[in-house]
Design a protein around this ligand. Sequence first.
Ligand SMILES: Nc1ncnc2c1ncn2[C@@H]1O[C@H](COP(=O)(O)OP(=O)(O)O)[C@@H](O)[C@H]1O
Ligand SMILES: [Mg+2]
Length: 221
Amino acid sequence: MTETLAQPVGEEKPGLELIKNRIQRILESLPPSHEPSTPPQGEAEQALRQMLREKGIYPVHLGARLSDFFNPPEKPPVFICGPAGTGKTHLAVAYLVREIQIWGGNSRIFIRSVDLFNKLRDSFRSSSGTPATEIIGNYSRYRFLIVDDLGTERDTPLVQEALYSIIDYRAGHRLPTIITSNFTLDRVGGHYGDFGERLASRISGMGEGLTLDGKDRRWQK
Ligand SMILES: Nc1ncnc2c1ncn2[C@@H]1O[C@H](COP(=O)(O)OP(=O)(O)O)[C@@H](O)[C@H]1O
Ligand SMILES: [Mg+2]
């Protein structure tokens, strides 16, 4: 008589598959032994967008990339002008994104011209808050600076001089700078009183200008 081990009624002998499944479940419940060395693309993109938001970039420009443009100049143009809606801010942000992807976001700044003027004006007016010298020093030295939409504010000679000294320092130290404007450089020059002409001359000496013309869309795909 062969003896077989009694099996409890209703319970199957655990098969190989069942054991494998249990081991799999245990393994899955354990914490991963290491984090992936590069985060998935989605996370990198999200981190980049968050950084751009923190730099004050509007949502419509968060996705701006140089690949959105046809054959953009390798070196960022110093002065991008053209009518509203032609993609000046989009292009400037696309260069900023390339900078961030190569160097990280530190000391790479985007500011609307109106906000820079307000900052400077406030600093001259009040003794509390950040002193003008510090603001001028910072904006002079940032590794990469975009001043978006220059040319609408006129402001006091003191503020105009502060702007001039920022641009003059950056030109003298070859610090990459992009200025966008709805106006031509000549018009910007005529707009800033005693400092206008010198400002325009510094800007033109810093590098190439680029006109975005909505009609021929040369730089846009
Ligand atoms: N090359 C491009 N590819 C995709 N979208 C673009 C491109 N250029 C501009 N845009 C979009 O068109 C709109 C106007 O561009 P914007 O850069 O704000 O113009 P500007 O600064 O000249 O007024 C924005 O929503 C921007 O995101
Ligand atoms: Mg713009």
